[in-house]
Design a protein around this ligand. Structure first.
Ligand SMILES: Nc1ncnc2c1ncn2[C@@H]1O[C@H](COP(=O)(O)OP(=O)(O)OP(=O)(O)O)[C@@H](O)[C@H]1O
Length: 282
């Protein structure tokens, strides 16, 4: 469904993505990981059509992304960005409704899908509230409901097969969510993959990535350092190289994925801290 061939992208003279090649199939949950600044959001935004000045080729369903009109892109993929800048006091329901603008569906179908998305994300009781007054985790759930409303064609997760038709791009979707809602959001993503949706998600949490990813792509300095099943990619050596921390990768009899525990902590030395932050140490 998604084919990325030798994609490179710079901002000014600064190269950010280098020769990225990646294939992702319908029904796959592909997780992008990497240290801060590795290029995850830039890659996601490029796939989302936000950055068009790349070299190489990105094909979506056999069509070059650059040939697909913006409206057609919006109907086949939904995007949850890392940062949402909303200054106006939209209600929760109004924000979820924004997901439906790309369609010209009947008001009854729009309402049924919005109601369904609000229920799935457990925010139905917040529907009249101003988004500005919500907690960070609640705001994130509203945005998950918005992208769900954009993706769905029927108000359920059973009747429609989306294979080859829909892609969901999630940039740090669980940031700010408590552990139960993190699980809820990723179980929803997993459920969507079972209906054929291709999901690409940026995650920072090793454990969540290991538990939910079908394919894990580890980015390092704008290139792909490793890609494959979580157990192949999340090795202590790869983590050491890309994150500069030591870990132990464990197996557990009741767990089908690797468990990662950190074994060393690399804080700056006391001398460096003292030079820069005297007031903190006094
Ligand atoms: N619009 C931009 N103009 C210039 N540089 C940018 C721009 N967007 C991102 N960068 C730079 O590109 C690099 C990759 O940024 P990106 O946001 O993709 O990283 P990331 O892997 O998502 O990091 P994080 O984990 O911190 O979210 C960083 O060095 C960043 O400063």
């Amino acid at each position: 469904m998604l084919s990325i061939q030798q994609v490179s992208l710079s901002f000014g003279k600064q190269p950010i993505l280098h020769q990225i090649s990646l294939e992702a199939a319908p029904g796959e949950l592909c997780v992008l990981m990497g240290a801060n600044g590795a290029g995850k959001s830039t890659l996601l935004k490029t796939i989302a059509g936000e950055y068009t000045h790349f070299t190489g080729d990105i094909q979506l369903g056999g069509q070059s992304l650059q040939q697909l009109p913006a409206a057609a892109q919006a109907r086949c993929r939904a995007v949850l960005s890392q940062k949402m800048h909303l200054q106006l006091p939209f209600t929760v329901e109004e924000i979820v409704r924004m997901g439906r603008y790309v369609y010209h569906a009947t008001p009854a179908l729009d309402k049924a899908i919005i109601d369904y998305a609000l229920q799935v994300l457990q925010i139905a009781e917040l529907r009249e509230r101003s988004w500005l007054t919500l907690s960070g985790g609640q705001q994130q759930r509203v945005h998950m409901a918005r992208v769900l409303a954009q993706l769905l064609e029927t108000p359920d997760l059973q009747t429609t097969d989306y294979a080859g038709k829909k892609m969901l791009l999630l940039d740090e979707p669980v940031t700010g969510m408590d552990i139960r809602h993190q699980q809820l959001a990723l179980q929803l993503a997993q459920e969507l993959t079972r209906k054929g949706v291709l999901v690409i998600a940026v995650l920072h949490d090793f454990q969540l990535a290991a538990a939910y990813a079908d394919k894990l792509v580890l980015l390092h300095r704008g290139g792909i350092y490793a890609a494959g099943r979580p157990a192949e990619v999340l090795t202590a050596a790869h983590i050491r190289h890309c994150f500069d921390i030591d870990t132990q990768v464990l197996t557990h009899p009741s767990c089908s994925y690797p468990l990662i525990i950190t074994t060393t902590h690399h804080l700056p030395s006391k001398k460096i801290l003292a030079n820069g932050n005297n007031h903190l140490l006094s």
